[in-house]
Write a protein that binds this ligand. Structure first.
Ligand SMILES: Nc1ncnc2c1ncn2[C@@H]1O[C@H](COP(=O)(O)OP(=O)(O)OP(=O)(O)O)[C@@H](O)[C@H]1O
Ligand SMILES: [Mg+2]
Length: 288
């Protein structure tokens, strides 16, 4: 096994001015190149966990952090966020809110300028990065004139321009229509599979996570309560339902059919194609 790129070791975190920890005794590791989905109800601690990875917690937000968060071999509490942002890029839910410049090119340039990247290098990085997110040739367009999906991909480009090894997306598609959602998830999957980028997605879109994620971590009340492959996690349909968490429709359908028609061959289907196969299996069996 290579060194983990992210390691939480017994992390308990309490925001300044609060009594109850937002994260309790969290331990897990993420390997380089993994695509990890974080699931949990509102208030479960998903965003807090993300802020620990880019070092905003504890460096900027203060509060009390016990245990250690190690990212790229660095203890996050010992490095300024500016330093961590070379390693970790974070994108939030509202792309429009993240746009502040007159043109797409300036939007991508902003972080590079702040990092002191020379102009000549910026001229090379900007088109390359726009290409990466499917916005080649958009340099002179106004960010506000883009679709929601394009804006979110631009926000991601601005982060990718810094060449981070880790991309964290915190509910990146909650304000997007179905096409915009698809654009963003396809792009994240490509960055992961073709560029080997470590991707962490905080999401409620369980269908997408079932299809793309290597691993799913479920948070509840600031604790990690499940950590496994999508197949392992989404097979636990009753437990997830008891936690009021959604499961992929394929798994839900299969579970209903199971109580009516008995078992099919193989594991609980979590994506469409295996669900169709399971239904065929069951209907075939009843036809015999
Ligand atoms: N800046 C803050 N100061 C104090 N408490 C906070 C702060 N931010 C979050 N919390 C608390 O920490 C806990 C975890 O919040 P967090 O935002 O991480 O949850 P989440 O899983 O991202 O929820 P959501 O799905 O609503 O985004 C909650 O109890 C929340 O009220
Ligand atoms: Mg959140």
């Amino acid at each position: 096994m290579p060194e983990p790129i992210i390691a939480f070791d017994a992390v308990t975190y309490t925001y300044a001015g609060t009594d109850e920890p937002a994260l309790h005794e969290i331990s897990f590791e993420i390997q380089p190149g993994e695509y990890v989905a974080i699931l949990g109800l509102n208030g479960a601690g998903k965003t807090t966990l993300g802020l620990c990875v880019n070092g905003v917690i504890p460096t900027m937000l203060g509060g009390e952090l016990e245990g250690t968060v190690t990212v790229g071999g660095l203890d996050v509490s010992e490095y300024p966020v500016r330093e961590m942002s070379k390693l970790v890029g974070v994108v939030f839910d509202n792309p429009e809110f993240q746009m502040s410049q007159m043109s797409v090119a300036e939007e991508v340039a902003l972080g590079l300028e702040n990092a002191g990247v020379p102009y000549e290098e910026m001229k090379r990085i900007i088109p390359d990065t726009l290409e990466l997110v499917g916005l080649a040739g958009f340099e002179e367009r106004s960010p506000l004139g883009l679709s929601g999906g394009q804006q979110q991909r631009l926000a991601i480009a601005a982060v990718l321009a810094m060449k981070p090894q880790i991309l964290i997306m915190d509910e990146p598609t909650s304000n997007l229509d179905p096409i915009g959602k698809q654009e963003v998830f396809d792009m994240a999957a490509r960055l992961n599979s073709e560029r080997g980028m470590t991707v962490i997605v905080i999401e409620h879109e369980v269908e997408v996570m079932a299809r793309y994620a290597d691993r799913v971590i479920v948070l509840d009340g600031g604790r990690v309560i499940m950590n496994g492959t999508p197949q392992e996690i989404f097979s636990r349909v009753e437990e997830l339902a008891a936690l009021k968490l959604r499961v992929p429709e394929a798994a839900e359908l299969a579970t209903i059919l199971r109580t009516e028609y008995g078992d099919w061959d193989g594991p609980v289907p979590i994506t469409t194609e295996p669900a169709v196969a399971a239904v065929n299996d069951l209907l075939g069996a009843t036809r015999d």
